[in-house]
Design a protein around this ligand. Structure first.
Ligand SMILES: Nc1ncnc2c1ncn2[C@@H]1O[C@H](COP(=O)(O)OP(=O)(O)O)[C@@H](O)[C@H]1O
Ligand SMILES: [Mg+2]
Length: 299
């Protein structure tokens, strides 16, 4: 069963089409990376999934039911923008307030459960205002998890985090997905980080889903290449182009040879043609470059 299944979703703000005929499928258990430029419609889509704004057309199913179904709504946790917390209250007391708002039974046990899930159990006594941005984001996730853990919708939760904050967030999200049966929809433009955790991707442009794929499909679409540097760049390119079908110079001044098997064969080949190599390595296209190329194609 899919956690989210969206067909033909549309939303206009006045004459602005924020989301148009968008389809999206998020399988249960996925960590779904939702990617797109600013203003492409990510937050609007997420707000509709969470019932915060109403679609103008199309359907949203969550776990096989209409998104307005009260039972299914109760399974969805959301963090869009930052959590509304009182700065001078402790983390624990902020959680207590939120639990009271949500009418959560056994609030203390439940708060302990969710704080542990986001690795904040040791910081429950800290004042909210003294928490780092990473901690605040995790408190927001803990609040979203109160009373449920089936589907989490997170809008740009890793923006502005430092390396350590990123690492903890990555561990928390992977743990939620792998060990707590959570499906996670996460929008982000920090593709290098997303690539470390996402099992699925959806790429949106101008309110339309232009590509959905699994991490394996991304892996297959991202070729490996041999990258090299030489002082004799033009002659090297000309020589390599005689033997290999895809030879390109990248922005960092490396020549990339996409259909070479091993660096050794290139070293030998160029040496035989009187060209010396300063540096050579094998590399692979990542999500970031795949995304940039995909965006270029559509222009
Ligand atoms: N409440 C609103 N009123 C008017 N326009 C809006 C509103 N919310 C979003 N938009 C517009 O809809 C488009 C999509 O916005 P948004 O979903 O926030 O994009 P993203 O989250 O991908 O950056 C943008 O052009 C934005 O300006
Ligand atoms: Mg947004």
């Amino acid at each position: 069963m899919n956690a989210i299944e969206i067909k033909n979703l549309s939303k206009n703000f006045g004459s602005k089409q924020a989301v148009c005929s968008l389809d999206m499928t998020v399988p249960k258990g996925a960590i779904y990376g939702f990617i797109g430029e600013n203003g492409s419609g990510k937050s609007t889509t997420e707000k509709m999934i969470c019932g915060l704004i109403h679609p103008d057309g199309g359907s949203i199913k969550l776990f096989g039911r209409d998104y307005t179904d009260a039972d299914v709504r109760a399974k969805v946790g959301v963090l869009i923008e930052s959590p509304g917390c009182f700065p001078n209250y402790s983390v624990w007391n902020n959680m207590k307030l939120q639990a009271a708002n949500l009418n959560i039974k056994n609030a203390d046990t439940e708060i302990q459960r969710v704080l542990k899930m986001v690795r904040m159990e040791g910081a429950a006594g800290n004042k909210y205002k003294n928490c780092s941005l990473g901690m605040k984001q995790r408190i927001g996730i803990a609040m979203a998890l109160l009373g449920k853990s089936d589907l989490l919708v997170l809008d740009e939760p890793i923006n502005g985090l430092d390396a350590d904050g990123m690492r903890i967030m990555r561990e928390v999200l992977c743990d939620l997905g792998e060990n707590h049966g959570c499906t996670i929809l996460i929008s982000s433009h920090i593709l290098g980080e997303l690539e470390k955790i996402a099992t699925h991707y959806g790429i949106i442009r101008g309110g339309k889903m232009i590509k959905e794929m699994t991490a394996e499909e991304l892996e297959e679409s991202c070729p490996t290449y041999v990258a090299l540097k030489t002082k004799d760049i033009n002659r090297a390119k000309a020589n390599l182009a005689c033997k290999y079908s895809r030879v390109e110079e990248d922005e960092a001044g490396y020549i990339r040879v996409y259909d070479a098997k091993e660096p050794e064969e290139i070293v030998t080949y160029l040496y035989e043609n009187g060209i010396l190599i300063n540096e050579i390595t094998t590399a692979k296209i990542g999500l970031e470059e795949y995304y940039i190329d995909l965006m270029k194609e559509g222009r």
